[in-house]
Ligand binder design. Structure first.
Ligand code: PGA
Length: 271
């Protein structure tokens, strides 16, 4: 069986992944301008997309514009949706089906972001259904897990993220690819990121969960991201950890220069 939680990432084993979660910011016109400038800026920096994948997660109304731009200009940037319905079609006013995302060639979808759990009362059951809907349509779910400050105090660092991931994968037995984002709720938008060591500790436990549910090979191949107050000044420390393969970036993903610099983390001093 493939080794899991090894101390060293094997060279070329996992392509780093920098994902920008725009949340409810930037309309479709702003999205077009942003994605164009981001693509130019990464091109100028000779960004190696085969080493570090870069994706943006705009609001639903932007997706068609971003898709058209990416395909017309043959950009190497990827994109994803911020949410998906647990249902595939029918009388669910306001919902967006995974089938519609597939029709827009959407490679990724965020599932279970803490803001969805907190403000939209998404439960573990909803999240398991959403992961299943994505997988069924060939869309890679970026499964978000993370503990609140209260959880941290009550249960320690990894208990809640581990149980959330188990629940999210309940119906995903035949998934070939997933991405997991560990985002401590206390670190999101707070300016108080976790330490790289804290992120590594939880990421390692999450990799064991993936191995248990989906097998060692998929666990080894799965990118585990850290999210929560990531910026260009702290990204490199996270990526030095053996089980952290990228970042889910909120606020800093709306600042073009800052996000491009995060994507270019390998050029930062000391890396
Ligand atoms: P932040 O958000 O980078 O603004 O902390 C991260 C997220 O919510 O995905």
């Amino acid at each position: 069986m493939a080794s899991v939680g090894a101390n060293q990432k094997r060279a070329g084993e996992r392509v780093a992944f920098i994902a920008g979660n725009w949340k409810m910011n930037l309309d479709h016109l702003q999205a077009i301008a942003f994605v164009q400038k981001l693509a130019w800026s990464l091109k100028d920096a000779r960004h190696d997309f085969s080493d570090t994948e870069v994706a943006v997660f705009p609001p639903f109304t932007d997706l068609r514009s971003v898709q058209t731009l990416v395909s017309a200009d043959k950009l190497e940037l990827k994109y994803g949706a911020q949410d998906v319905s647990r249902h595939l079609s029918g009388a669910y006013t306001g919902e967006i089906s995974a089938e519609f995302l597939k029709a827009l060639d959407t490679p990724y979808v965020l599932v279970g972001h803490s803001e969805r759990r907190q403000y939209h009362r998404e439960t573990d059951d909803h999240i398991a259904d959403k992961v299943a809907a994505a997988v069924k349509n060939g869309i890679v779910p970026v499964i978000c897990v993370g503990e609140t400050a209260e959880d941290l105090e009550l249960y320690g660092p990894s208990a809640v993220p581990v149980s959330q991931l188990h629940a999210a994968l309940a119906l995903a037995g035949d998934a070939k690819e997933i991405v997991v984002a560990y985002e401590p709720v206390w670190a999101i938008g707070s300016g108080q990121a976790a330490t790289p060591e804290q992120a590594e500790q939880v990421a390692e436990q999450l990799r064991y969960v993936i191995a248990e549910v989906l097998g060692g090979e998929i666990a080894d191949a799965t990118r585990i991201l850290y999210g929560g107050s990531v910026k260009s000044s702290n990204i490199a420390g996270f990526l030095r950890q053996p089980n952290v393969d990228g970042a889910l970036v909120g606020g800093a993903s709306l600042d073009l220069a800052e996000f491009a610099s995060i994507a270019q983390f390998r050029k930062h001093v000391g890396t």
